[in-house]
Ligand binder design. Structure first.
Ligand code: GLN
Ligand code: ZN
Length: 761
């Protein structure tokens, strides 16, 4: 019978137990042992859950205390010199120093860079390598987890990031080519695989998600070299895993590699099935990724079952494994915990556990099980009924979208004219200072929001508390001398959820947490129907904040592309259409903010780049509709209204033209962690509008000095004009403490002042 398996499971826990333990450990409230106990308990619980849901083989080493790419770097001793003393003192502290920075005991270490994992909202720590780098097997995490599962009576398949993807995801401090390190890295991999074999493993899964990217000849050669070496020396069967797209032009290469099995993504790329079946050589296993590991809808048996039948007919049941398309890291754990959802809606959804159960049904049905086949037929019927529910189609929204002309996506005047109008309406100093929106989310704020949700705090008491916080934040900003203020977002639990809750077409889960980075999770809302705005969403708070001060307060909205990207999106409409619906709702909000006297409106698009397809050939189509949606959202604003946008990443080179086409008056972007590397984009392309490359890494608890920020600003002035430069942090401050934010922002304002006087502005 075809085996049921999966490539990875969420780590954080149904109740975010790992988050709590990590943060308690970082605050010094619990010892390392207690943290490791929590981690071990979660692993055990998740293995059992997977097995009980019907998996034949569960993964191990998919767990991580922070990030699996960082784990891989540490496992192979790719630890930059500067962290080694902390490591030598305490391994766990060294590990977290690489992840989060370390300013303690005489050390002042920045965190390593962090960036998005392919086109997901998961962030990995970017390994930092250099020419001549040495690698060695250090520690035994995959082996230990394999044995840990064995001790529980569970046979697990270790999952390890493959050597070529590892190198391609790394960067070097000296700009040498990471792939040139492959020869040095492979012996360390071999040593690991041999130890796994000695511990009793027979399969290992090596993840090479780079196989779905456009690979140059060097990367293809690296894959050949790596797998020839590992196959010859490891003594293990290798499952080579690709996910997040089609193998495309890499198919021939993938099937030629001397491995024992191949995992392919048949959700993002169902069309590749026949080519893969055709090309797969006899005796190799196909791990068919037929269930969506990136979304929360139940699969459609009328699509999945025929695919599997075709695969089984061709390969035979022994060579067929059934799996989700990718690791289940990107979906929440258990939809059964969603007791507040309407049963009809819940029935249409599948989280990690349900996905494994679905795979079990497919495997049983393939093996002739009548009951499983009946369950799948019933599922198909429920999905059909779901599509008829009211709200799935809103005729008014559809009509409005149909009528929307191209002028809707255009501001009234071009940037030069708007700039003049804004200079009049909005007196600002040169090098204006601002923040990205949120201020620290204190326990009191969280409690107030929770109490209000639970009906324990009246609307008026809640409003009063929020207004008190807004006032405090406004006074603080005035006090330290920021130029464009924000209200601080105390009323927002999450930048997407906050808006989704006020829009038709969205639903919310109670426990639908997905890891974003480290201990930080998001709870993506679910778009199941057409999007419509019932009433203004942010106007009252913005108006109140503006009433407190003469300085401009930025209205703060989440952009359409980010709303889309960070939600679980219905799978019965093109994403571009759903995005246009979101853009229309935001357009109405912009108009209402303007009418309420808000002169600066920021529309955050931190996920704009993350939506970029993995293959270049698909970029233009995505960028066209993504830019258009941003412009629909902002196109109604008058010339004197200053539109800002914010993006949280520094890989700008590729999309700078599209970012310019968004035509925001000012953008702020992350750049401090990478020491302004994004500026390379501006050497090639003269970005025309206002821009604030972040000077304060808010992902780290480390408080930067004014001098560091000044240095970054000087770097920025190497390619940007003083007239276009803004001074701001990398991102919102909600995850930081006031004790960090206050000195950091004071340093930031001081560095702007210093620069103004240096430049005699
Ligand atoms: N305005 C949001 C904040 O400050 C932006 C967050 C983000 O870019 N992820 O929190
Ligand atoms: Zn950000």
């Amino acid at each position: 019978m075809a085996l049921v398996t999966y490539a990875g499971f969420p780590r954080i826990g149904l109740k975010r137990e790992l988050k709590r333990a990590l943060e308690a450990y970082w605050r010094g409230e619990i010892a390392a042992d207690a943290l490791q106990d929590t981690a071990r308990a979660l692993r055990a619980r998740h293995w059992k859950l997977g097995r009980d849901a019907g998996a034949d083989i569960v993964p191990c080493n998919d767990f991580s205390l922070y990030d699996h790419v960082l784990d891989t770097a540490v496992l192979f001793d790719a630890i930059p010199e500067r962290y080694r003393p902390v490591f030598a003192n305490n391994r766990l502290d060294g590990y977290f120093a690489m992840a989060r920075g370390h300013k303690r005991g005489g050390y002042d270490l920045h965190a390593l860079e962090m960036t998005k994992w392919f086109d997901t909202n998961y962030h990995y720590i970017v390994p930092e390598l250099h020419a001549g780098q040495r690698f060695a097997l250090r520690g035994d995490k995959p082996v230990a987890e394999f044995l840990e599962a064995r001790a529980l009576g569970i046979y697990a398949r270790p999952v390890v990031l493959g050597p070529v993807s590892f190198l391609l995801l790394s960067k070097t401090s000296d700009r040498s080519q990471p792939l040139t390190l492959l020869g040095a890295l492979l012996p360390a991999y071999t040593a690991l695989l041999q130890r796994l074999a000695a511990a009793g493993a027979d399969w290992v899964q090596l993840d090479e998600p780079c196989l779905v990217l456009d690979l140059d000849a060097a990367a293809q050669a690296a894959l050949r070299q790596a797998y020839a070496a590992l196959a010859a020396s490891s003594g293990l069967k290798i499952l080579l895993a690709s996910y997040f797209g089609a193998l495309g032009g890499n198919l021939d290469l993938a099937v030629q590699l001397p491995v024992n099995g191949l995992h392919v993504d048949l959700v993002r790329a169902p069309e590749q099935l026949d080519a893969v079946l055709e090309a797969l050589s006899p005796a190799r296993v196909l791990s068919a990724g037929v269930i969506d590991g990136r979304n929360i809808w139940r699969s459609r048996p009328d699509q999945v079952l025929p695919r599997l039948q075709r695969a089984q007919a061709r390969l035979g049941a022994e060579r067929l494994w059934l799996a989700p398309s990718c690791s289940l890291l990107h979906v929440p754990i258990d939809v059964q915990a969603e007791t507040a959802l309407e049963p009809a809606r819940r029935a249409a959804m599948a989280f990690a556990r349900q996905k494994i159960e679905e795979l079990r049904l497919y495997a049983d049905a393939l093996a002739g099980g009548a009951q499983a086949a009946a369950s799948l037929a019933a599922q198909q019927q429920r999905l059909g009924a779901q599509a008829q529910l009211p709200g799935v189609v809103d005729p008014e929204v559809r009509a409005r979208l149909r009528k929307l002309g191209p002028q809707a996506a255009r501001r009234r005047s071009d940037y030069a004219q708007r700039r003049a109008a804004q200079a009049k309406a909005l007196p600002l100093p040169p090098l204006p200072t601002t923040t990205i929106g949120s201020f620290p989310q204190t326990d009191e704020l969280r409690q107030a929001r929770a109490a209000q949700r639970a009906g324990k705090l009246s609307a008026s008491d809640y409003g009063q508390r929020m207004r008190a916080e807004i006032e405090r934040v406004v006074r603080f900003q005035e006090n330290i001398g920021l130029d464009v203020l924000v209200h601080g977002e105390p009323e927002r639990n999450d930048m997407v959820e906050y808006f989704g809750e006020q829009l038709d077409g969205y639903l919310f889960t109670q426990h639908g947490w997905v890891q974003s980075y480290g201990s930080r999770c998001v709870k993506p809302p679910v778009i199941w129907g057409d999007i419509a705005r019932r009433a203004p969403m942010t106007v009252a708070w913005a108006r109140y904040a503006q009433s407190l001060t003469q300085k401009p307060v930025k209205g703060m909205l989440t952009g359409p592309v980010t709303m889309l990207q960070w939600s679980f999106v219905r799978d019965d409409l093109p994403r571009a259409t759903v995005c246009r619906q979101l853009a229309l709702a935001l357009r109405d909000e912009v108009r209402d903010l303007e009418a309420a006297g808000i002169r600066v409106i920021q529309i955050d698009e931190p996920a704009f780049r993350e939506g970029l397809p993995l293959r270049r050939a698909d970029w233009a189509a995505y960028l066209a509709w993504a830019v258009e949606c941003f412009r629909i959202a902002t196109g109604g604003a008058g010339d004197s209204t200053q539109i800002h946008s914010h993006m949280c990443y520094s890989e700008f080179n590729d999309i700078i033209e599209a970012v310019a086409a968004m035509d925001a008056d000012v953008i702020s972007i992350e750049s401090s962690r990478s020491r302004m590397q994004l500026l390379e984009a501006f050497v090639r392309f003269r970005y025309p509008n206002g821009i604030g490359p972040g000077v304060y890494d808010i992902h780290s608890p480390r408080v930067p000095e004014g001098g560091e920020m000044l240095e970054l600003l000087h770097k920025a002035l190497g390619v940007l004009q003083p007239q276009q430069l803004w001074v701001n942090p990398d991102c919102g401050l909600k995850t930081r403490n006031w004790s960090e934010v206050e000195p950091a922002l004071r340093h930031m304002v001081a560095s702007a002042q210093k620069l103004r006087s240096e430049l005699r502005l």
